[in-house]
Write a protein that binds this ligand. Structure first.
Ligand SMILES: Cc1cc2nc3c(=O)[nH]c(=O)nc-3n(C[C@H](O)[C@H](O)[C@H](O)COP(=O)(O)O)c2cc1C
Length: 224
């Protein structure tokens, strides 16, 4: 499965089977997490066979069953931490999908497990990504139309492909509060107002870049 196929196949999965991660799956994920941490200056951690993060049934939204593995979304405090966690976390999510695994981003409905992860002074835990073999493949979310999430005219085909892939990305409560802007031959993406909207921004930028073949997001972050 390619990353573009993974974008189409991925849906949030909240129920998992007992199948443990295979050594090969775990090693492949760890290697990618290492690359993401180095490139993105993050402290993402794969936590294996640790059921406590999801035991509590919380009255928020989403119900999880049998989550035994997750990725802790940790990084040093900074103004673009959420954007980078989204961008690199989604890279790991799509790789997981190519390995036959399922995932779900979780901003709220998990329990902090300080014994299972490392949060250094100055770092923050912003959420987790549940990961494992799904009991199902999830369902396709409802999506806004292209016009609702774009600004500009005369969009090139690659820009359209990028935005279509961004519309397939996970966003908190499926809010899709982002806008891709095509202006003066340049791409930009901006976040609307909303819970986890900046993490969503990194996630949708990751999808856009894979499908369009055009990288812009890290430059955009550097220019801020
Ligand atoms: C930043 C972020 C936080 C999320 N937090 C939660 C959560 O706390 N609980 C939950 O059940 N789902 C959570 N989700 C999953 C979204 O509800 C899901 O991605 C969205 O409804 C779109 O569905 P899809 O992922 O199947 O395409 C979160 C997603 C994102 C991107």
């Amino acid at each position: 499965m390619t990353l573009n196929e993974a974008i189409l196949a991925r849906h949030s999965v909240r129920h998992y089977t007992d199948a443990p991660l295979t050594t090969e799956q775990a090693e492949t994920l760890k290697a990618e997490i290492e690359r993401c941490n180095t490139e993105g200056n993050l402290h993402l951690q794969l936590i294996i066979d640790e059921p406590n993060g999801f035991q509590a049934e919380k009255p928020h939204y989403g119900r999880f069953q049998n989550v035994r593995n997750y990725i802790a979304l940790v990084g040093g405090r900074s103004k673009d931490l959420d954007e980078r966690l989204g961008y690199y976390g989604e890279r790991v999510v799509l790789l997981a999908q190519t390995l036959g695994l399922n995932t779900c981003w979780v901003g709220l409905t998990y329990k902090k497990t300080p014994d299972a992860m490392q949060i250094l002074p100055g770092e923050r835990l912003r959420g987790v990504i549940a990961i494992g073999t799904g009991a199902n493949e999830g369902v396709q979310h409802k999506s806004k139309p292209f016009e609702a999430v774009t600004e500009g005219t005369d969009f090139p085909d690659w820009f359209r492909q990028g935005v279509e892939a961004a519309l397939l990305a996970p966003t908190a409560i499926n809010q899709q509060k982002f806008k891709f802007i095509w202006n003066d031959g340049q791409v930009k993406v901006k976040a609307g107002m909303g819970f986890f909207a900046h993490m969503d921004l990194g996630i949708v930028a990751c999808h856009f870049e894979i499908a369009s073949g055009h990288r812009f997001f890290l430059d955009q972050l550097r220019k801020r």
